[in-house]
Design a protein around this ligand. Structure first.
Ligand code: PHE
Length: 468
């Protein structure tokens, strides 16, 4: 296994964390669950649960120094080797890729149509073209899904140092520069920017439901790339003597700041141009292009930059979703790198085709389950919710228990106490042993409907349209 440089590791881990989750998903779920209170729960989860479990995952990788399964196996005490099966979490990454790659495809499509046809100028047109793509153009989606797959597999094939590290060294700074530029631009909408700040940071507790809390916790894991072995596999390629506490802290900070910047900027644009925040997954694909179109030519450039940033964020995460199984196939089954890359790629690429067909009219019915007249799940929804709500928390729980109870606590303390300092070490340990498992169990129980907190107001009040 080749190794990262120190900065390469941090950028790659941050590149994994900063993804569509930050720029596409965080703003729309914040909108759906009512803003401030949701953001606060999310921030608390990141600080007290996400960071701790991220640390645990980095720790397992940095001491196991191998693929996910072997790393667990090496650290597991005598007679507890069965823990190695927790390492199968590497496959969560491929599950995520089945829809992640499709969404990256949508972004490519948006860049293409913006260049060729310009931006849609009204919401119905934008909705129409997005819905058309998703429900009636499986072939177009397939082309973009294939392109996304080709880029991702090529980079992964080039390896840790000359593929993944190199990509992140270029795309991450570019992504950060673009987002800061857009944030700066949106600050000129002073009223709308203030409203955006208020929407994101003023907690309106009435709007918080248990579903919101569960989504916040699930998203905290998703956004930090915890629970599919991405961080573990990257940490296994760390150079010696890297302070993983600092690395984990920096990754968490960068990921959170970027989500907040994306949210602030997107809501500022929405408020400025009289649109509302509760828009769902179509938010960045439908509302934003129309808003950008109202700015004229600079708007087209802004839109292109925005979608480029989104594509960069998506690609740097995607490579980290594929690398764990590539490492697993190479080190456990002695696959050559190319064979491991093709095997991993084929698994998600083929399921990805079913995923994109599942939203297509006609065929989609065969790839969806209808629960009752009002709710039906496409394979797309199922993949997303399966990973977000079940696989990532279960893997997170496994890692917290493994590091908090199963492996030699003396070794953990020797390894980390000095690096963290006593106070942080104790807090971290309490979190890994108690808070994180409790929160994760809460999440999983909520899923089965055993625990439920109801929002006081079920429907979200429409945010009044701003006069322009
Ligand atoms: N963290 C990425 C995001 O926010 C998604 C991801 C999840 C990437 C898990 C790698 C592993 O979009």
């Amino acid at each position: 296994m080749t190794h990262f440089s120190r900065i390469g590791f941090i950028l790659a881990a941050a590149g994994s964390a900063v993804g569509l989750g930050n720029i596409w998903k965080f703003p729309y779920i914040t909108g759906e669950y009512g803003g401030g209170a949701f953001v606060l729960v999310y921030l608390l989860t990141i600080a007290f649960i996400g960071f701790s479990v991220l640390m645990a995952e980095m720790y397992i990788g940095s001491r196991g120094e191998s693929d996910t399964v072997t790393s667990f196996e090496r650290l597991a005490p005598f007679k507890k080797e069965g823990w190695k099966y927790a390492g199968l979490m590497a496959f969560n990454g491929l599950f995520i890729m089945t829809f992640y790659s499709v969404v990256i495809g949508w972004i490519f499509h948006n860049i293409y149509t913006t260049i060729v046809y310009g931006l849609p100028t009204d919401i119905p047109t934008a909705e129409n073209s997005f819905n058309m793509l998703v429900t009636q153009q499986p072939f177009t989606q397939l082309v973009w899904h294939t392109l996304a797959t080709a880029i991702v597999l090529f980079v992964v094939y080039k390896g840790i140092k000359s593929g993944i590290e190199k990509m992140n060294m270029i795309l991450m700074p570019a992504l950060i520069a673009i987002l800061l530029g857009l944030l700066f631009y949106s600050m000129f909408f002073s009223d709308a920017f203030t409203r955006s700040l208020e929407f994101m940071f003023y907690p309106n507790w009435d709007k918080l439901s248990s579903e919101g809390i569960v989504r916040a916790i699930g998203h905290a894991f998703f956004t930090l790339s915890i629970g599919m072995g991405a961080i573990l596999t990257y940490a296994a390629a760390l150079p010696k003597h890297v302070n993983i506490t600092k690395a984990a802290f920096f990754v968490t900070l960068l990921d959170t700041v970027i989500a907040l910047i994306a949210g602030l900027m997107i809501f500022a644009f929405l408020f400025q141009f009289g649109s509302e925040p509760a828009k769902g997954p179509g938010l960045v694909f439908q509302s934003l292009p129309v808003i950008f179109s109202q700015i004229g030519l600079p708007g087209t450039i802004i839109a292109l930059l925005f979608f480029l940033a989104l594509a960069f964020a998506g690609l740097t995460s995607a490579v980290s979703l594929v690398e764990p199984t590539v490492e697993y196939f190479s080190s456990r089954f002695n696959y050559s790198r190319i064979k491991a890359v093709i095997t991993s790629g084929a698994i998600y690429y083929l399921i990805g085709i079913l995923v994109l067909l599942s939203t297509t009219e006609g065929v989609g019915e065969y790839l969806s389950v209808t629960l009752n007249s009002s709710s039906s799940f496409t394979l797309f929804d199922m993949m997303e919710q399966l990973t977000d709500a079940i696989l990532l928390p279960v893997s997170g729980l496994a890692m917290a228990i493994f590091v908090g109870y199963v492996i030699s606590q003396e070794k953990v303390s020797n390894d980390l106490k000095e690096e963290m300092g006593t106070v942080i070490y104790k807090t971290w340990r309490f979190s890994v042993r108690v808070i994180a498992p409790a929160a994760l169990v809460f999440m999983l129980l909520n899923l089965t409907g055993i625990i439920e907190i109801k929002a006081q107001k079920t429907s979200q009040e429409p945010i009044e349209q701003k006069e322009r």
